[in-house]
Design a protein around this ligand. Sequence first.
Ligand code: NAD
Ligand code: UD1
Length: 336
Amino acid sequence: MNILVTGGAGYIGSHTAVELLEDGYEIVLLDNFSNSKPEVVNRIKSITGKDFKSYKVDLLDKQRLEKVFEENPIDAVIHFAGFKAVGESVANPIKYYKNNVVGTLILCETMNRYNVKKMVFSSSATVYGMNNTSPLTEDMPLSTNNPYGSTKMMIEMILNDLSYSDRDWRLSILRYFNPIGAHESGLIGEDPNGEPNNLMPYITQVAVGIRDKLTIFGNDYPTHDGTGVRDYIHVVDLAKGHAKALKKILEKQGTDVFNLGTGIGYSVMELIRYFEEANEINIPVTLSGRRPGDVAVCYADPDKAARILDWRAEKDIYDMCRDSWRWQSKNPEGYK
Ligand code: NAD
Ligand code: UD1
């Protein structure tokens, strides 16, 4: 089985590539390295001891994408490639719609041409918007409040229409909650460009001394300690969820959507405390107002993935904190 992994050098793609190789799949990795480094490919090979082809290709480049399909008998695609910074998407929406939506359309068109009709897609809990109450279930109404989120919602609609128009398409849409952690080897992990937007990479950069202190965005939310609550999930559990979703579409017809989360919510203060405890490091903090667009509480009902995909997150918050720190401390400047 040959699986094309778009965005395979990215944070979640690289961990999924490792899982797939360890499960015995062959992979073809595609990335334009706009938000990752080619070194990731060597790290995946050194963790797994397996070789695979990798292409520096942009999804928007039809000709070069087609060449990848021409040169490799692809059975299914796991599609991670896309931009993901919420703030940047507000400042530059065209960049986001073009890369995420047009990139996915070109990919689907090419897949159709080569009769490859199985895809696992990276969606996000952001599609649940501001108006649903956690635990979030897959059947809740969707809405978004930024262009990044809108690209995910639009792509979900496109994929649903595609599977309705042609029942040969098998699609697994995965809505991730908040991936953190890293492979236990400490060889691959999250390597954000510039100042991190997300909480855990900010914490680890404070811990390693790149930043002075963490700013907590709001302590007046209606939560037990006033700080925002999220469903943090270990990236290796998330990667295993992709392997389960892939298995499902390889074996059975149909298109479906799944939450990939733990079902447990931790506040910002709690995550900081667990990180400090797990790693015996003090994280200096300061308080500021709420970040625009943030919800108070967001966590998954992960039951559907458990029932249908036979997948459940296994790693706990200490594993997440320890593995995030192992990656950061072994690679203080990321892949540089
Ligand atoms: P990432 O930026 O680390 O990985 C994405 C990869 O795609 C990068 O390596 C980038 O270089 C590549 N890429 C981007 N545009 C491309 C293009 N046009 N052609 C080829 N390659 C391209 O991000 P990630 O955290 O690994 O996220 C993977 C996917 O999951 C993204 O679609 C993201 O929106 C989605 N997602 C991520 C999170 C999260 O918190 N990390 C949460 C929900 C959903
Ligand atoms: C962010 C994105 C969301 C995306 C998700 C997963 C925004 C507005 N939303 O959500 O679209 O799907 O990541 O990638 O960017 N926090 C701090 N200080 C910090 C950073 C974060 O207090 O320096 C707080 C936030 O207010 C929030 C929690 O930590 O309460 C988690 O934040 P973050 O890691 O950015 O994830 P999300 O807000 O869930």
